[in-house]
Design a protein around this ligand. Structure first.
Ligand code: FAD
Length: 399
Protein backbone atom coordinates (compact mmCIF):
# COMPACT_ATOMS: atom_id res chain seq x y z
CA UNK A 1 0.00 0.00 0.00
CA UNK A 2 1.57 3.22 -1.14
CA UNK A 3 -0.33 5.33 1.35
CA UNK A 4 0.70 3.17 4.29
CA UNK A 5 3.68 4.97 5.63
CA UNK A 6 5.66 3.68 8.53
CA UNK A 7 8.57 4.85 10.60
CA UNK A 8 9.35 8.41 11.57
CA UNK A 9 7.75 11.26 9.67
CA UNK A 10 10.68 12.91 7.88
CA UNK A 11 12.08 15.95 9.76
CA UNK A 12 9.76 15.19 12.67
CA UNK A 13 10.02 13.36 15.89
CA UNK A 14 7.23 10.79 15.88
CA UNK A 15 6.17 7.97 13.63
CA UNK A 16 3.11 7.53 11.45
CA UNK A 17 1.45 4.88 13.59
CA UNK A 18 1.74 7.07 16.67
CA UNK A 19 0.31 10.07 14.85
CA UNK A 20 -2.66 8.02 13.62
CA UNK A 21 -3.22 6.59 17.07
CA UNK A 22 -2.98 9.85 19.04
CA UNK A 23 -5.01 11.68 16.45
CA UNK A 24 -7.80 9.12 16.48
CA UNK A 25 -7.87 8.71 20.25
CA UNK A 26 -7.26 12.22 21.50
CA UNK A 27 -6.72 15.07 19.08
CA UNK A 28 -9.48 14.55 16.55
CA UNK A 29 -12.32 14.18 19.08
CA UNK A 30 -11.15 17.20 21.12
CA UNK A 31 -10.61 19.41 18.08
CA UNK A 32 -14.01 18.53 16.65
CA UNK A 33 -15.61 19.78 19.86
CA UNK A 34 -13.36 22.81 20.08
CA UNK A 35 -14.15 24.22 16.63
CA UNK A 36 -17.86 24.09 17.41
CA UNK A 37 -17.55 26.44 20.39
CA UNK A 38 -18.75 30.01 19.78
CA UNK A 39 -15.23 31.33 20.31
CA UNK A 40 -13.70 29.23 17.56
CA UNK A 41 -16.46 29.14 15.00
CA UNK A 42 -16.40 32.81 13.98
CA UNK A 43 -13.57 33.95 11.78
CA UNK A 44 -12.99 37.57 10.90
CA UNK A 45 -12.02 37.98 7.28
CA UNK A 46 -11.91 40.48 4.45
CA UNK A 47 -13.54 38.56 1.69
CA UNK A 48 -13.45 40.94 -1.18
CA UNK A 49 -11.09 40.08 -3.85
CA UNK A 50 -8.12 42.36 -3.59
CA UNK A 51 -5.68 40.64 -5.86
CA UNK A 52 -2.42 42.51 -6.30
CA UNK A 53 -1.10 40.19 -8.99
CA UNK A 54 -3.66 39.68 -11.75
CA UNK A 55 -6.60 41.72 -12.99
CA UNK A 56 -9.92 40.52 -11.63
CA UNK A 57 -11.08 37.71 -13.88
CA UNK A 58 -14.55 37.48 -12.43
CA UNK A 59 -15.62 36.01 -9.17
CA UNK A 60 -16.65 32.45 -8.90
CA UNK A 61 -20.31 32.13 -9.72
CA UNK A 62 -20.73 28.56 -8.63
CA UNK A 63 -23.59 27.80 -6.33
CA UNK A 64 -21.46 26.10 -3.71
CA UNK A 65 -18.82 28.72 -3.75
CA UNK A 66 -20.25 31.72 -1.97
CA UNK A 67 -19.85 32.33 1.71
CA UNK A 68 -22.68 33.34 3.94
CA UNK A 69 -21.60 36.10 6.25
CA UNK A 70 -22.92 36.50 9.78
CA UNK A 71 -25.33 39.21 10.71
CA UNK A 72 -23.84 41.33 13.49
CA UNK A 73 -26.40 40.03 15.97
CA UNK A 74 -25.02 36.52 15.66
CA UNK A 75 -21.39 36.75 16.67
CA UNK A 76 -20.21 37.35 20.24
CA UNK A 77 -20.22 40.87 21.66
CA UNK A 78 -16.61 40.59 22.67
CA UNK A 79 -15.66 40.18 18.99
CA UNK A 80 -17.23 43.45 17.92
CA UNK A 81 -15.08 46.42 16.97
CA UNK A 82 -14.16 48.79 19.78
CA UNK A 83 -14.18 46.01 22.32
CA UNK A 84 -11.19 46.13 24.63
CA UNK A 85 -8.10 45.18 22.67
CA UNK A 86 -4.61 46.15 23.70
CA UNK A 87 -2.80 48.39 21.26
CA UNK A 88 0.47 46.73 20.35
CA UNK A 89 2.40 49.68 21.81
CA UNK A 90 1.36 48.50 25.22
CA UNK A 91 3.32 45.35 24.71
CA UNK A 92 6.46 46.82 23.25
CA UNK A 93 9.63 46.42 25.19
CA UNK A 94 9.81 49.07 27.84
CA UNK A 95 13.58 49.00 27.88
CA UNK A 96 15.00 52.40 28.71
CA UNK A 97 11.68 53.68 29.98
CA UNK A 98 11.06 54.21 33.68
CA UNK A 99 8.62 51.33 33.69
CA UNK A 100 11.43 48.96 32.86
CA UNK A 101 12.57 49.18 36.42
CA UNK A 102 9.56 47.14 37.41
CA UNK A 103 10.56 43.57 38.05
CA UNK A 104 8.25 41.67 35.80
CA UNK A 105 9.50 38.30 36.99
CA UNK A 106 6.75 38.40 39.58
CA UNK A 107 4.16 38.88 36.90
CA UNK A 108 4.61 35.64 35.06
CA UNK A 109 1.45 35.89 33.00
CA UNK A 110 2.29 35.51 29.34
CA UNK A 111 -1.20 36.31 28.06
CA UNK A 112 -2.00 39.98 28.54
CA UNK A 113 -5.15 40.36 26.51
CA UNK A 114 -5.75 40.00 22.79
CA UNK A 115 -3.59 42.32 20.76
CA UNK A 116 -3.49 43.87 17.34
CA UNK A 117 0.14 42.97 16.79
CA UNK A 118 0.93 42.40 13.12
CA UNK A 119 2.36 39.08 12.14
CA UNK A 120 5.62 39.49 10.18
CA UNK A 121 4.92 36.20 8.40
CA UNK A 122 1.61 37.20 6.86
CA UNK A 123 0.32 39.88 4.57
CA UNK A 124 -3.15 40.15 6.03
CA UNK A 125 -3.90 43.13 8.11
CA UNK A 126 -6.84 41.93 10.10
CA UNK A 127 -6.78 45.04 12.21
CA UNK A 128 -8.52 47.05 9.51
CA UNK A 129 -12.01 46.47 10.78
CA UNK A 130 -13.88 48.47 8.18
CA UNK A 131 -13.74 45.83 5.49
CA UNK A 132 -14.04 42.81 7.71
CA UNK A 133 -16.94 40.48 8.13
CA UNK A 134 -17.47 37.54 10.40
CA UNK A 135 -18.08 34.15 8.96
CA UNK A 136 -19.60 31.23 10.81
CA UNK A 137 -17.23 28.46 9.78
CA UNK A 138 -19.69 25.73 10.68
CA UNK A 139 -22.06 27.01 8.00
CA UNK A 140 -19.34 27.21 5.38
CA UNK A 141 -17.55 23.87 5.42
CA UNK A 142 -14.48 23.36 3.31
CA UNK A 143 -15.50 20.94 0.58
CA UNK A 144 -15.88 20.52 -3.16
CA UNK A 145 -16.87 23.79 -4.81
CA UNK A 146 -16.14 23.17 -8.46
CA UNK A 147 -13.38 25.78 -8.45
CA UNK A 148 -10.75 24.57 -10.90
CA UNK A 149 -9.21 25.29 -14.24
CA UNK A 150 -6.76 28.03 -15.05
CA UNK A 151 -7.69 30.30 -12.15
CA UNK A 152 -7.06 27.64 -9.50
CA UNK A 153 -3.99 26.38 -11.34
CA UNK A 154 -2.55 29.88 -11.51
CA UNK A 155 -2.76 30.19 -7.74
CA UNK A 156 -1.06 26.90 -7.02
CA UNK A 157 1.60 27.61 -9.66
CA UNK A 158 2.30 30.98 -8.09
CA UNK A 159 2.48 29.50 -4.64
CA UNK A 160 4.92 26.80 -5.70
CA UNK A 161 7.08 28.34 -8.36
CA UNK A 162 7.18 32.05 -7.58
CA UNK A 163 7.42 31.89 -3.86
CA UNK A 164 8.61 28.55 -2.89
CA UNK A 165 11.62 26.99 -4.55
CA UNK A 166 10.94 23.70 -6.25
CA UNK A 167 12.30 20.35 -5.39
CA UNK A 168 14.68 18.47 -5.85
CA UNK A 169 15.16 18.51 -2.16
CA UNK A 170 18.88 17.92 -2.30
CA UNK A 171 19.35 21.41 -3.64
CA UNK A 172 17.50 23.02 -0.80
CA UNK A 173 18.62 23.60 2.68
CA UNK A 174 16.48 22.28 5.47
CA UNK A 175 14.60 25.51 6.07
CA UNK A 176 13.50 26.05 2.49
CA UNK A 177 12.39 22.47 2.26
CA UNK A 178 10.16 23.06 5.24
CA UNK A 179 8.31 25.91 3.56
CA UNK A 180 7.69 23.68 0.54
CA UNK A 181 6.46 20.86 2.75
CA UNK A 182 4.07 23.11 4.65
CA UNK A 183 2.47 24.36 1.44
CA UNK A 184 2.33 20.91 -0.07
CA UNK A 185 0.85 19.51 3.15
CA UNK A 186 -1.82 22.19 3.13
CA UNK A 187 -2.53 21.47 -0.55
CA UNK A 188 -2.93 17.77 0.28
CA UNK A 189 -5.32 18.64 3.07
CA UNK A 190 -7.46 20.80 0.78
CA UNK A 191 -7.56 17.95 -1.77
CA UNK A 192 -8.53 15.48 0.96
CA UNK A 193 -11.43 17.70 1.99
CA UNK A 194 -12.59 17.95 -1.61
CA UNK A 195 -12.49 14.14 -1.82
CA UNK A 196 -14.22 13.60 1.49
CA UNK A 197 -17.12 15.96 0.77
CA UNK A 198 -17.79 15.81 -2.95
CA UNK A 199 -20.85 16.60 -5.04
CA UNK A 200 -21.46 13.13 -6.45
CA UNK A 201 -24.69 13.84 -8.24
CA UNK A 202 -25.73 17.35 -9.11
CA UNK A 203 -29.29 16.39 -10.09
CA UNK A 204 -30.11 14.92 -6.70
CA UNK A 205 -27.64 17.10 -4.78
CA UNK A 206 -25.96 14.00 -3.41
CA UNK A 207 -22.76 14.60 -1.44
CA UNK A 208 -20.28 11.97 -0.30
CA UNK A 209 -16.78 10.55 -0.50
CA UNK A 210 -14.93 10.50 -3.80
CA UNK A 211 -12.19 7.97 -3.22
CA UNK A 212 -10.85 8.18 -6.77
CA UNK A 213 -10.01 11.82 -6.21
CA UNK A 214 -8.40 10.92 -2.90
CA UNK A 215 -6.17 8.45 -4.68
CA UNK A 216 -5.48 10.46 -7.83
CA UNK A 217 -4.58 13.70 -6.11
CA UNK A 218 -2.98 12.56 -2.88
CA UNK A 219 -2.46 8.88 -2.14
CA UNK A 220 -0.64 7.93 -5.31
CA UNK A 221 2.08 10.43 -4.39
CA UNK A 222 3.78 9.25 -1.17
CA UNK A 223 5.33 12.71 -0.72
CA UNK A 224 1.98 14.40 -0.54
CA UNK A 225 0.89 12.09 2.27
CA UNK A 226 4.21 12.65 4.05
CA UNK A 227 3.86 16.40 3.75
CA UNK A 228 0.34 16.26 5.18
CA UNK A 229 1.60 14.43 8.28
CA UNK A 230 4.57 16.78 8.51
CA UNK A 231 2.35 19.87 8.40
CA UNK A 232 0.06 18.39 11.03
CA UNK A 233 2.99 17.76 13.38
CA UNK A 234 4.47 21.18 12.69
CA UNK A 235 1.25 22.98 13.63
CA UNK A 236 0.74 20.67 16.59
CA UNK A 237 4.20 21.59 17.86
CA UNK A 238 3.39 25.30 17.54
CA UNK A 239 0.21 24.82 19.56
CA UNK A 240 1.95 22.89 22.32
CA UNK A 241 4.85 25.34 22.35
CA UNK A 242 2.41 28.18 22.98
CA UNK A 243 0.61 26.11 25.63
CA UNK A 244 1.12 28.56 28.45
CA UNK A 245 -0.17 31.48 26.41
CA UNK A 246 -3.08 29.51 25.01
CA UNK A 247 -4.01 28.23 28.43
CA UNK A 248 -4.16 31.72 29.90
CA UNK A 249 -5.91 33.29 26.92
CA UNK A 250 -9.45 34.58 27.38
CA UNK A 251 -12.01 32.64 25.42
CA UNK A 252 -14.64 35.17 26.23
CA UNK A 253 -17.86 35.25 24.23
CA UNK A 254 -20.23 36.51 26.89
CA UNK A 255 -21.63 33.09 27.77
CA UNK A 256 -19.76 31.75 30.84
CA UNK A 257 -20.81 28.15 30.28
CA UNK A 258 -19.58 28.14 26.68
CA UNK A 259 -16.41 29.90 27.71
CA UNK A 260 -15.63 27.34 30.41
CA UNK A 261 -16.14 24.55 27.90
CA UNK A 262 -13.72 26.20 25.49
CA UNK A 263 -11.15 26.72 28.22
CA UNK A 264 -11.47 23.13 29.37
CA UNK A 265 -11.12 21.70 25.86
CA UNK A 266 -8.03 23.82 25.29
CA UNK A 267 -6.48 22.55 28.51
CA UNK A 268 -7.22 18.95 27.63
CA UNK A 269 -5.50 19.48 24.30
CA UNK A 270 -2.51 21.44 25.51
CA UNK A 271 -1.59 19.24 28.42
CA UNK A 272 -2.74 15.88 27.20
CA UNK A 273 -0.91 13.05 28.98
CA UNK A 274 -1.51 10.61 26.11
CA UNK A 275 -0.12 13.06 23.59
CA UNK A 276 2.84 13.90 25.80
CA UNK A 277 3.63 10.23 26.32
CA UNK A 278 3.30 9.28 22.66
CA UNK A 279 4.76 12.30 20.91
CA UNK A 280 6.32 14.78 23.33
CA UNK A 281 8.07 16.83 20.63
CA UNK A 282 6.17 16.63 17.33
CA UNK A 283 8.73 18.84 15.57
CA UNK A 284 12.07 20.22 16.71
CA UNK A 285 12.30 23.84 15.61
CA UNK A 286 15.47 24.39 17.63
CA UNK A 287 17.45 22.70 14.86
CA UNK A 288 16.68 25.41 12.34
CA UNK A 289 18.30 28.76 11.48
CA UNK A 290 21.49 27.64 13.13
CA UNK A 291 24.05 28.33 10.43
CA UNK A 292 25.73 31.58 9.56
CA UNK A 293 23.15 32.29 6.90
CA UNK A 294 20.42 31.72 9.48
CA UNK A 295 19.06 35.25 9.97
CA UNK A 296 19.24 36.07 6.26
CA UNK A 297 17.53 32.84 5.34
CA UNK A 298 14.79 33.40 7.85
CA UNK A 299 14.06 36.83 6.38
CA UNK A 300 13.95 35.40 2.89
CA UNK A 301 11.53 32.69 3.87
CA UNK A 302 9.44 35.15 5.82
CA UNK A 303 9.13 37.29 2.68
CA UNK A 304 8.23 34.24 0.59
CA UNK A 305 5.55 33.17 3.01
CA UNK A 306 4.18 36.71 3.08
CA UNK A 307 3.80 36.54 -0.71
CA UNK A 308 1.99 33.24 -0.44
CA UNK A 309 -0.37 34.84 2.01
CA UNK A 310 -0.97 37.76 -0.40
CA UNK A 311 -1.75 35.35 -3.24
CA UNK A 312 -4.72 34.06 -1.22
CA UNK A 313 -6.56 37.29 -2.08
CA UNK A 314 -6.52 36.14 -5.69
CA UNK A 315 -8.35 32.87 -5.12
CA UNK A 316 -11.37 33.25 -7.41
CA UNK A 317 -13.93 31.40 -5.33
CA UNK A 318 -15.16 32.92 -2.15
CA UNK A 319 -15.37 29.81 -0.02
CA UNK A 320 -11.97 28.60 -1.20
CA UNK A 321 -10.60 32.06 -0.45
CA UNK A 322 -12.07 31.93 3.05
CA UNK A 323 -10.43 28.60 3.85
CA UNK A 324 -7.26 29.49 1.97
CA UNK A 325 -6.89 32.68 4.00
CA UNK A 326 -7.77 31.00 7.26
CA UNK A 327 -5.33 28.16 6.79
CA UNK A 328 -2.47 30.31 5.53
CA UNK A 329 -3.07 32.61 8.48
CA UNK A 330 -2.97 29.56 10.76
CA UNK A 331 0.32 28.47 9.22
CA UNK A 332 1.66 32.02 9.60
CA UNK A 333 0.69 31.92 13.25
CA UNK A 334 2.48 28.60 13.70
CA UNK A 335 5.58 30.06 12.01
CA UNK A 336 5.38 33.09 14.26
CA UNK A 337 5.19 30.95 17.37
CA UNK A 338 8.04 28.68 16.34
CA UNK A 339 10.31 31.24 14.67
CA UNK A 340 9.39 34.50 16.23
CA UNK A 341 11.91 37.21 15.36
CA UNK A 342 12.66 37.62 19.00
CA UNK A 343 12.47 34.00 19.93
CA UNK A 344 13.62 32.41 23.12
CA UNK A 345 17.21 33.48 22.76
CA UNK A 346 16.20 37.11 22.80
CA UNK A 347 13.89 36.60 25.70
CA UNK A 348 16.80 35.46 27.80
CA UNK A 349 18.97 38.25 26.52
CA UNK A 350 16.45 41.01 27.10
CA UNK A 351 15.63 39.72 30.55
CA UNK A 352 18.64 41.71 31.72
CA UNK A 353 16.60 44.76 30.90
CA UNK A 354 13.58 43.56 32.79
CA UNK A 355 11.66 43.21 29.59
CA UNK A 356 10.10 39.81 29.41
CA UNK A 357 7.20 40.40 27.12
CA UNK A 358 7.99 39.66 23.54
CA UNK A 359 5.46 41.51 21.40
CA UNK A 360 6.05 39.01 18.60
CA UNK A 361 4.72 36.27 20.79
CA UNK A 362 1.49 38.08 21.47
CA UNK A 363 -1.32 36.98 19.25
CA UNK A 364 -4.48 38.29 17.73
CA UNK A 365 -7.65 36.48 18.61
CA UNK A 366 -8.20 35.78 14.93
CA UNK A 367 -4.77 34.19 14.65
CA UNK A 368 -5.56 31.74 17.42
CA UNK A 369 -8.91 30.95 15.80
CA UNK A 370 -7.10 30.30 12.51
CA UNK A 371 -4.42 28.19 14.19
CA UNK A 372 -6.85 25.85 15.95
CA UNK A 373 -9.15 25.55 12.94
CA UNK A 374 -6.16 24.72 10.77
CA UNK A 375 -5.05 22.05 13.23
CA UNK A 376 -8.54 20.59 13.12
CA UNK A 377 -8.57 20.52 9.30
CA UNK A 378 -5.20 18.76 9.24
CA UNK A 379 -6.39 16.34 11.88
CA UNK A 380 -9.47 15.53 9.77
CA UNK A 381 -7.28 14.95 6.72
CA UNK A 382 -4.88 12.66 8.57
CA UNK A 383 -7.84 10.65 9.88
CA UNK A 384 -9.47 10.39 6.46
CA UNK A 385 -6.26 9.25 4.78
CA UNK A 386 -5.67 6.72 7.54
CA UNK A 387 -9.19 5.30 7.49
CA UNK A 388 -10.03 5.47 3.79
CA UNK A 389 -6.61 4.84 2.26
CA UNK A 390 -7.05 1.11 1.74
CA UNK A 391 -10.60 1.47 0.45
CA UNK A 392 -9.45 4.13 -2.03
CA UNK A 393 -6.74 1.84 -3.31
CA UNK A 394 -9.23 -0.99 -3.78
CA UNK A 395 -11.60 1.28 -5.69
CA UNK A 396 -8.87 2.44 -8.04
CA UNK A 397 -7.40 -1.02 -8.58
CA UNK A 398 -10.84 -2.52 -9.13
CA UNK A 399 -11.41 -0.10 -12.01
P1 FAD B 1 -4.60 20.99 -8.21
O1 FAD B 1 -5.02 20.59 -6.85
O2 FAD B 1 -5.06 22.31 -8.73
O3 FAD B 1 -3.01 20.93 -8.27
C1 FAD B 1 -2.23 21.65 -9.23
C2 FAD B 1 -0.86 20.99 -9.39
O4 FAD B 1 -0.14 21.10 -8.17
C3 FAD B 1 -0.95 19.48 -9.63
O5 FAD B 1 -1.07 19.20 -10.98
C4 FAD B 1 0.36 18.99 -9.05
O6 FAD B 1 1.41 19.18 -9.97
C5 FAD B 1 0.61 19.90 -7.90
N1 FAD B 1 0.14 19.34 -6.61
C6 FAD B 1 -1.10 18.91 -6.29
N2 FAD B 1 -1.15 18.54 -5.01
C7 FAD B 1 0.07 18.73 -4.50
C8 FAD B 1 0.64 18.53 -3.20
N3 FAD B 1 -0.09 18.08 -2.18
N4 FAD B 1 1.94 18.81 -3.04
C9 FAD B 1 2.68 19.29 -4.07
N5 FAD B 1 2.20 19.52 -5.29
C10 FAD B 1 0.90 19.24 -5.52
N6 FAD B 1 -11.50 23.49 -4.59
C11 FAD B 1 -12.60 23.02 -3.97
O7 FAD B 1 -13.38 22.30 -4.57
N7 FAD B 1 -12.86 23.33 -2.66
C12 FAD B 1 -12.04 24.13 -1.93
O8 FAD B 1 -12.31 24.43 -0.76
C13 FAD B 1 -10.87 24.64 -2.56
N8 FAD B 1 -10.03 25.45 -1.90
C14 FAD B 1 -8.94 25.96 -2.56
C15 FAD B 1 -8.09 26.82 -1.88
C16 FAD B 1 -7.00 27.37 -2.53
C17 FAD B 1 -6.12 28.30 -1.76
C18 FAD B 1 -6.75 27.07 -3.90
C19 FAD B 1 -5.60 27.68 -4.62
C20 FAD B 1 -7.59 26.21 -4.57
C21 FAD B 1 -8.69 25.65 -3.92
N9 FAD B 1 -9.54 24.77 -4.58
C22 FAD B 1 -10.64 24.29 -3.93
C23 FAD B 1 -9.23 24.26 -5.92
C24 FAD B 1 -8.46 22.91 -5.81
O9 FAD B 1 -7.36 23.04 -4.92
C25 FAD B 1 -7.88 22.46 -7.14
O10 FAD B 1 -7.11 23.47 -7.70
C26 FAD B 1 -8.94 22.03 -8.16
O11 FAD B 1 -9.80 21.09 -7.59
C27 FAD B 1 -8.29 21.42 -9.42
O12 FAD B 1 -7.51 20.31 -9.06
P2 FAD B 1 -6.40 19.63 -9.96
O13 FAD B 1 -6.60 18.16 -9.92
O14 FAD B 1 -6.36 20.29 -11.30
O15 FAD B 1 -5.00 19.87 -9.22
Amino acid sequence: DKHRHSGIVEDCCCNYETVDHVNGEVLHPLLQELVKTPFFRYFKVRLWCNCPFWPDDGMCLLRDCSVCECPESEFPDSFKPNHRILPSDDLKCQEGKPQSAVDRTIDSKVFRGWTETDNPWTYDDETDNSEMTYVNLLLNPERYTGYSGSSARRIWDAVYSENCPKYPAEELCQEEKILYKLISGLHSSISVHIASDYLLDEATNLWGHNLEILYDRVLQYPNRVENLYFTFLFVLRAVTKAAEYLEQAEYDTGNPIDDLTTQSLMKQLLYNPKLQAACPLPFDEAKLWKGQRGPELKQKIQAQFKNISAVMDCVGCEKCRLWGKLQVSGLGTALKILFSVNGEENLVQTSKFACFIDPQLQMQRNEVIALMNLLNRLSESVKFVHEMGSAAERVVKGN
